[in-house]
Design a protein around this ligand. Structure first.
Ligand code: ATP
Length: 440
């Protein structure tokens, strides 16, 4: 008689009862007259046991089973001192739902150094993600995204989904993908920047978007992808950059509290790191202050107006030592490293009203007040050598009344990389896209 499916996590609640389990045959240990299988499902795993005396034909089926086949088994849940978790299931029926061929990469590595190279793991991502600690990254992702969206909604933000096909590159520069669009050229959106600002002109007041961002960057760093998911936010009637900084502080405090409360224990068990809820206010440093600190620490500076990854890491260490904080806002970026639409300081036109936020020494956000006055925008675009025709449609958004506004672009894969101490955003991305990777 078919019994209801039970998840492996709940087996202990069914001791003495017949249950059905479904999942993957993670390991199979055949000892002749007795065999053991570790069955893994989405919640946990459990040992299955079958002996010749109990059922010789089921034992034979188990002996013919290949590792990682998908199976359905029925049997009795029982306590067991030897089995992991103190429980096991003595099975009396097995159905192979899908037989697995020889595995291209192991799901269970017998020795530590058996982990294949990341590129091989990405080739077989669907097998790689069966490892519970890899799958778990997407539980973290789900909670981060949920909390981010919840925070925005509670704060009366509207959710938008802006188009990813554009008639001109959204951020200019050379980092765009050009695609055929019937008889014309189109460009994949490098950020929802222009269209989220359009929502300000439309009177939406506050918007957020979770969506795909495309960057034709030939970067092979642990923090760059050519396609990634961005969290974008834009809000109206701000007084200055500080309003954006304090909003992001509150948002991250909310997100980190949620992740710590829901997954903090499992994160420290699996990844050996604590989710630290950041105290408000976060430390802030101007670029000038940052450069002084870095030079005091003998960190080489490639540019006086920007920070390299090495400098970002050193600033992360500095703020940890100095303030016991994992975040730091870096302000007062020069116009030389910022786009034309960032608003500039009244008292110093070479400095933008923008910031980057670093988490554990890695940039995770760029924030800025935007220039909403069309004549100044035109001037700033011209100064940057941007073809007027390509941004006219954008500057039009501000011709018919648009409130002062600003916003930010956040990289969730970088947040998760840093939160779990992963080597690269490749690990924190469901299917990574880089200059040399378009499949699977
Ligand atoms: P970087 O200087 O590290 O290349 P950026 O200044 O180009 O980043 P922004 O254009 O300001 O980044 O994008 C906003 C946020 O989006 C960044 O702070 C980061 O978290 C994320 N991000 C940017 N580029 C990438 C990328 N190629 N892959 C993954 N995340 C990215």
């Amino acid at each position: 008689m078919a019994t209801e499916r039970v998840y492996t996590r709940d087996v202990s609640e069914h001791i003495g009862k017949q249950i059905t389990l479904k999942g993957w045959a993670e390991t199979i240990r055949d000892q002749g007259k007795i065999a053991f299988v570790v069955l893994r499902d989405v919640t946990d795993n459990v040992q299955l046991v079958i002996t010749q005396n109990d059922n010789a034909s089921v034992l034979k089926q188990v002996q013919n089973l290949s590792t990682e086949s998908v199976i359905e088994v029925t049997g009795t849940a029982q306590e067991s001192d030897q089995a992991p978790g103190g429980r096991e299931v003595k099975i009396n029926a097995i159905t192979v739902l899908s037989e697995a061929a020889d595995l291209p990469i192991p799901v269970v590595e017998k020795e530590e150094d058996q982990t294949p190279h990341i590129s091989k793991r990405l080739d077989y991502r669907w097998v790689d993600l069966r490892k519970p600690e890899n799958r778990f990254i997407f539980e973290v992702w789900t909670e981060v995204e949920k909390a981010f969206e919840e925070f925005c909604r509670q704060d009366n933000f509207l959710e938008i989904h802006s188009p990813k096909i554009m008639s001109s590159p959204s951020e200019g520069g050379s980092e765009y993908f050009e695609v055929n669009y019937f008889d014309e050229n189109a460009y994949l959106s490098q950020s929802p920047q222009f269209y989220k600002q359009m929502a300000m002109a439309a009177g939406f007041e506050k918007v957020f978007e979770v969506g795909a961002v495309f960057r034709a960057e030939k970067s092979f760093t642990p923090r760059h992808a050519t396609e990634f998911t961005g969290f974008d936010v834009e809000m109206s009637f701000i007084s200055d950059l500080s309003d954006l900084i304090t909003w992001e502080e509150r948002m991250l405090h909310y997100v980190f509290t949620h992740v710590r409360d829901t997954l903090g224990n499992r994160i420290s068990e699996m990844y050996g790191t604590e989710v630290v809820v950041p105290e408000i206010p976060f430390p802030r440093l101007t670029m000038k202050e940052a450069k002084e600190i870095l030079s005091g620490r003998n960190i080489p500076s490639k540019s006086p107006i920007d920070v390299s990854p090495e400098e970002e890491r050193a600033l992360g260490e500095y703020t940890r030592e100095q303030y016991g904080h994992e975040f730091v806002f870096l302000t007062d970026y020069s116009t030389g490293v910022r786009p034309f639409y960032h608003m500039r300081r009244e008292e110093d036109n070479g400095i933008t009203k923008s910031a980057d936020l670093l988490y554990r020494g890695l940039e995770i956000t760029t924030l800025a007040q935007r220039e909403h006055r069309p004549e100044i925008l035109e001037k700033q675009a011209e100064e940057k050598g941007i073809d007027k025709a390509s941004v006219d449609y954008y500057i039009d958004f501000f011709r018919y009344g648009c409130p002062p506004h600003g916003g930010m672009g956040i990289g969730p894969s970088r947040i998760i990389k840093q939160m779990l101490g992963l080597e690269s955003i490749r690990e924190a991305t469901y299917l990574f896209r880089g200059p040399k990777r378009m499949s699977p």
